[in-house]
Design a protein around this ligand. Structure first.
Ligand SMILES: [Zn+2]
Length: 147
């Protein structure tokens, strides 16, 4: 009997085995009340295997990784994926929109791991899901390529 990959839960959304989804995690509200979200791409394979976690633009002015993740997400090899790929092409959404390396308060997101619960600028790493927080998912990921 073939074992099935378990569903991945991020935010309040579940991605079943063999499914892919883009989940918009809310990170903050702008002064205009527009909600700022961090898109998380989940490609969950049919069969079990390791989880690959990819991030780019932790510094909002570093754009190369965004394109690399876009290309990875288009790979046809993902149809035979075992395990899961979780990709966040733009982690520092605010910095990216404002063409800035830093968070709005000039802090460096790259120095904010895993993040303080009460600190709004670090909340990006504390977004929790019903079952697992994003940092938990990261710590369970087996392959995290070096930046
Ligand atoms: Zn950087």
């Amino acid at each position: 009997m073939m074992t099935k990959q378990s569903p991945i839960v991020i935010g309040e959304q579940e991605v079943a085995a063999g499914q892919r989804a883009t989940i918009d995690l809310p990170v903050a509200d702008l002064y205009t009340h527009t909600q700022l979200t961090m898109p998380v791409h989940v490609i969950n394979g049919r069969r079990p295997g390791p989880t690959l976690f990819l991030t780019a633009a932790v510094h909002g002015d570093e754009l190369n990784g965004i394109e690399i993740i876009k290309r990875v997400l288009r790979l046809s090899a993902l149809k035979q994926l075992r395990g899961c790929v979780i990709a966040v092409p733009i982690v520092n959404v605010f910095g990216f929109i404002n063409r800035s390396r830093y968070l709005p308060d000039r802090r460096d997101l790259n120095r904010s791991f895993p993040g303080e619960k009460r600190d709004p600028s670090q909340r990006v790493w504390r977004i929790s899901s019903p079952k697992k927080s994003l940092p938990r998912l990261i710590s369970e990921s087996i392959y995290i390529p070096a930046r």
